[in-house]
Structure formats: C-alpha cells, structure tokens
Design a protein around this ligand. Structure first.
Ligand SMILES: C[S@@+](CC[C@H](N)C(=O)[O-])C[C@H]1O[C@@H](n2cnc3c(N)ncnc32)[C@H](O)[C@@H]1O
Length: 184
C-alpha cells in the first residue's frame, strides 16, 4: 500500500467518506442515456462500492432487481449500511463473488493487478459495467489507486473483454460488457 492509498483508506474515507461522488450526478445522467436494454433489472454486485453514494445511483439508473455493495474498508461499509444498502466485505485483489452483473465505479483502478481482477469478473459475471477515470494530473497527484492513461485502459479492455461498448464522459471511460454465449 502506497502512502496516498494509506492516507485515503485511514484518514480521508474515515472522515469524509467518498466525498467526490457528491458531484457525480452529471456522469450518471450521461450513463443513463447509454445503458443497453439488456443491462436493466439485473442482480448487481457493486465491486468497490465505497460509501454507497454511487451504489444508490447505479441501483436507480439500472433499475436493479437487487444490489449488494462489496468493499474492504470498514468505515465505508458502515456508511453504506447506514444508507440501507446491503454490503459485504471483500478484497478486489483476491476472489471475486459470483453473480449476474458486476459494476466497477472508480474502483478497478485500485486493484493491484487490474487484468487479473477484470478476468475474474469476466469469469464470474455475465454483465459488467465499468466507469473509470483516465490518468491525469489530478489523479496522479491525489488518487490512492492507479488510473491508466486512456490508451492503456483500452488495450486492457481489448485484451480481456474483446467485445464491448465504450463511451467517454469528461475524463472517464464508460464500458458495457456482455458475455457472449456460444450461439451469439
Ligand atoms: C474511489 S473509491 C470508489 C467508491 C465507489 N465505487 C464510488 O463510485 O464512489 C474506491 C473504492 O475501492 C475500494 N477498494 C480499494 N481497494 C480495494 C480492495 N483491495 N478491495 C476492496 N475494495 C477496495 C475503496 O475502499 C473505495 O471504496
């Protein structure tokens, strides 16, 4: 764990929760217009759910039939629980849960090995939604994770997901992936 990550996990998240997601309404307004029909009404595992602010937004725009938040930070899990969200403790770098649809919002860039984590998600879920920031000066200076530059994200998505829909909103890449069945 690097110093920025340690400060975030033990100081910033503890005192302020995921304060940045208070300004995410516009991102979700954009995402809402792009959701493929088959992504609605799914059972969602929100991986790296933080304080649950964006879990609530995900639940609403995807009209989830069920949503469970997963995170490793006890302070954030407690904040999400207080919002009435069902949460479980897990480690992005270890075994992922299995389910119908996984969502990563601003969390995949915290995985130590993004490729492994994404491959595990592909094995364990039929649908994956991703919203991740590209590396810029702000994230380089302040982010406890390690966002990739846009071209590196796309190389990773091409290698692991192969076929997917991608959009960009401001500095964020937004991805919808559906596992192909043999007959597709
Ligand atoms: C930038 S926050 C995003 C939170 C939330 N998804 C959102 O959009 O507001 C990153 C989240 O990933 C979680 N996280 C980081 N490393 C993790 C790990 N190894 N296992 C589980 N969660 C992790 C952090 O605790 C934090 O909640």
């Amino acid at each position: 764990m690097n110093i920025k990550e340690w400060l975030g996990e033990n100081f910033v998240y503890r005192l302020f929760g995921c304060f940045y997601n208070k300004s995410h309404d516009d991102i979700f307004d954009f995402i809402k217009t792009k959701i493929p029909r088959e992504f609605f009404h799914r059972k969602i595992s929100d991986l790296g759910s933080g304080d649950g602010g964006n879990t609530e937004r995900i639940k609403k725009i995807f009209q989830a039939s069920k949503i469970v938040g997963y995170d490793h930070n006890d302070f954030l899990l407690e904040r999400a629980r207080k919002k009435g969200i069902r949460v479980k403790k897990f480690d992005l770098n270890k075994k992922l849960p299995k389910g119908e649809m996984a969502t990563f919002t601003f969390s995949l860039h915290h995985a130590y090995n993004k490729e492994n984590t994404l491959k595990n998600a592909v094995n364990n879920f039929d649908y994956i939604f991703i919203c991740e920031p590209c590396l810029d000066l702000y994230h380089w200076l302040f982010d406890g994770g390690e966002p990739l530059p846009k071209n590196k994200w796309i190389e990773l998505f091409d290698r692991v997901l192969k076929q997917y829909q991608i959009y960009q909103y401001k500095n964020n890449l937004i991805v919808f992936y559906k596992k192909l069945k043999k007959r597709d």
